[in-house]
Write a protein that binds this ligand. Structure first.
Ligand code: MLT
Length: 259
């Protein structure tokens, strides 16, 4: 099973949570617990994540989106509020492009719609090769501290420790797969601009990876966006400040239900 039920709910719109890199569905637990809407909450492990050793498709964000769509179909979910943090946001936009009928609303958390620069792409391919060559997650270990904001580093050191533990649970093959998948993704700003449903754009005010300017770009591209800047948070707002992220997503679910 790579689709995890974080909370049972009624027959209304489900919420589907897509994790960032190099993590898995567990990064969403605190947000799921604090959502104030009585919906079913599902969280995926994207291909290669969670230490899974199942056969991986050719690396692409589209393959990740197609697998999430297939698993949602198996679970009987035909329409959902789709929320992704960073890499999860790339997958959410691919779902909006490839499975438009599935996506009732989009939550884009600490993410962006643009493609990589040549330099970023080359860096990802280098990390993928290193993960395979060393057979370890060593090339991404430093992300446990680099992803969070300075406020979290000083006031909530347990968050960095939790991220480090989750990163250790990932497989080197999964790390390599995700890096190659992200490296090959296109710009999907046009997908966001064409999306007719409600959108929540959430970003930590200390996010150094996809900063507030990237979130403003998303919010201005979308037709019906609400931008929420989360105080005292870096790139992992769903882990650093889950209550604020849960509040923004609860609001999104209500907007989706009434639209
Ligand atoms: C993530 O948090 O998923 C990563 O920072 C995404 C990326 O490397 O672009």
């Amino acid at each position: 099973m790579t689709l995890h039920v974080l909370r049972d709910g009624g027959d209304g719109l489900a919420v589907v949570l897509l994790h960032g890199f190099p993590l898995d569905h567990r990064m969403w637990r605190a947000v799921a617990e604090q959502l104030s809407v009585p919906t079913r909450v599902l969280a995926a492990d994207l291909p290669g994540a969670g230490g899974a050793d199942d056969a991986l498709p050719e690396p692409s964000i589209e393959a990740a989106a197609d697998r999430v769509a297939a698993e949602l179909a198996d679970a009987g979910v035909t329409r959902a509020v789709v929320v992704g943090l960073s890499m999860g946001g790339y997958v959410a936009l691919a779902l909006a492009e490839r499975r438009a009928a599935l996506v009732a609303a989009l939550g884009l958390v600490d993410t962006k719609s643009t493609a990589d620069t040549d330099e970023a792409r080359a860096n990802r391919l280098r990390i993928a090769e290193q993960a395979e060559a060393t057979g370890s997650v060593e090339p991404v270990r430093g992300m446990a501290t680099a992803l969070v904001g300075e406020s979290t580093r000083s006031a909530q050191p347990e968050v960095g420790a939790q991220l480090a533990a989750w990163i250790e649970d990932q497989s080197p093959a999964g790390v390599a797969w995700a890096q190659r998948a992200m490296a090959s993704r296109p710009d999907r700003t046009d997908v966001l601009a064409a999306f007719a449903g409600p959108v929540a754009v959430v970003v930590g005010d200390e996010d150094a990876v996809t900063p507030v300017e990237a979130a403003q770009h998303l919010a201005s591209a979308a037709r019906q966006a609400q931008l929420v800047v989360v105080p005292r948070s870096g790139h992992m707002s769903a882990v650093e400040q889950p209550a604020a992220v849960a509040a923004a997503l609860s609001d999104l679910v209500q907007r989706a239900a009434s639209s």
